[in-house]
Ligand binder design. Sequence first.
Ligand SMILES: Nc1ncnc2c1ncn2[C@@H]1O[C@H](COP(=O)(O)OP(=O)(O)OP(=O)(O)O)[C@@H](O)[C@H]1O
Ligand SMILES: [Mg+2]
Length: 210
Amino acid sequence: MLCYNDVSRYRPVELKKGGRRFLSISGGTRAVCLVSNTLDIISHSSAQTQRLGVRLGELLQGGELILLDGSLGTGKTTFTQGLAQGLGIVENVNSPTFTLLKEYPGQPRPEIQPGTPKRIGPALYHFDLYRLDNPEEILDLGFEDYFYGTGVCVVEWADKADKLWPAEHIHIRMKLMSETKRGLLFSATGTRYSTLLRQFQKNTYAATGS
Ligand SMILES: Nc1ncnc2c1ncn2[C@@H]1O[C@H](COP(=O)(O)OP(=O)(O)OP(=O)(O)O)[C@@H](O)[C@H]1O
Ligand SMILES: [Mg+2]
């Protein structure tokens, strides 16, 4: 089912119907729903895409795998920049096109509640597989260890090695809808990631709802 959450304008109200979770939007005409473990969002600007990345990054504890796909310029790096910010990483994040992987050490997390001790967040491993010729290269380069490690792995052009990914992950498919509009389809596989996606959805709407 194709349905969009327009995060810029509406606040969701949850309804239960036939065992599935539907979200209707108060005051809006755009159809919105969350079916099982997927979530569709429309972003209207690169700043908004970046903010979505921040919301997801804030929730990550380490050991997560986030796969990103979508044609050139759909916002994969923009989203990753936000995600890094959510992890507390201040270093400028660019597409690591010529190196396949760029590593960012863990940094103190943004303060959740005033007065709580600063925690060092997980490292970020940012992969860009655009220039990957053969998925086997991932194994040859020893990258597999990262996917089962304690850092957060974000992989642009993940479909280039689609047979290699651990079964559990979040996959975000990004689609160009207009010059400034992007569709982001989030799919979570596995309980941990489904819970994460649910929390991401809640936080996103808590931040954008009126
Ligand atoms: N809603 C939007 N979300 C994300 N980016 C947007 C949006 N609207 C416009 N843009 C622009 O689209 C471009 C996205 O570039 P970005 O490098 O993030 O894409 P990418 O998917 O990583 O591309 P590549 O496949 O080349 O790595 C930027 O110039 C950004 O400003
Ligand atoms: Mg990129």
